[in-house]
Design a protein around this ligand. Sequence first.
Ligand SMILES: O=C(O)CCC(=O)C(=O)O
Length: 248
Amino acid sequence: MERISAPPLTPLSPQQIDFFREQGYILVKKGCSDDLMNAFNDHIRDIRNQDPMPKWAAVDPSKKFSVRLFNPHQQDSFSRQMMKLPVIRGALAQLMGQEAVCVQSMYFYKEPGSPGQASHQDYYYIKDDPMTMIAAWIAMEESVDEENGCLWVMPATHKLGLLPHGAVKNKEEHEPDTDETEGVDTSRQIPVVMEKGDILFFSELLIHSSTKNRSNNRWRRSYVCHYIRDDSHVLHREDLRQKYPLYD
Ligand SMILES: O=C(O)CCC(=O)C(=O)O
């Protein structure tokens, strides 16, 4: 028998869709439950605590919870389910006008002392054609704020097109091996303070960054996935070519 998936939800109001078009981002409060976030955090922690650690999740053991784990959705079914949350599928279909597929996931631990990400536009790292990419950034802590290294966004910069990027300047504050926007005054960035289960959607051209986790004992876990419209394709990045549908 043919499997027919349910139509996507429509969680965003017309005002929220307009806000996204104008500002390049929209925050959805409490898009997922604390129970689900806690279960996913425990699951990822268990994977990193396995001995030996699965090869795909392996890192230098002294940095087990520093910064991030790339593309768990390619290996792990719980991570895949998390990228397909009905609220995310629905919001993306509203913002893109068509169903989305996932191309990248990142689980951030960002334990105290971990560096942030310098200002950048995601399109600089992942080129898609046509340009439709949107990120969904899920907060996995009670509070994600300026102290533990929340995300900062620069409203309406998705209208500027792709800007030049160069080497990171402040290597103490930001991950040193990444690049940073150049030629723009990024002091207009604003912090996006979030609670567990909140979801921030933002455009591939929006300038955003995060600061170092300066708290004494609070992690800043988050799950961040990147999506393109299902008729769009990732260029150049062989590692991100596979599209993961959200409706099966
Ligand atoms: O969560 C962060 O600290 C940075 C995330 C980010 O820059 C991104 O998802 O593109």
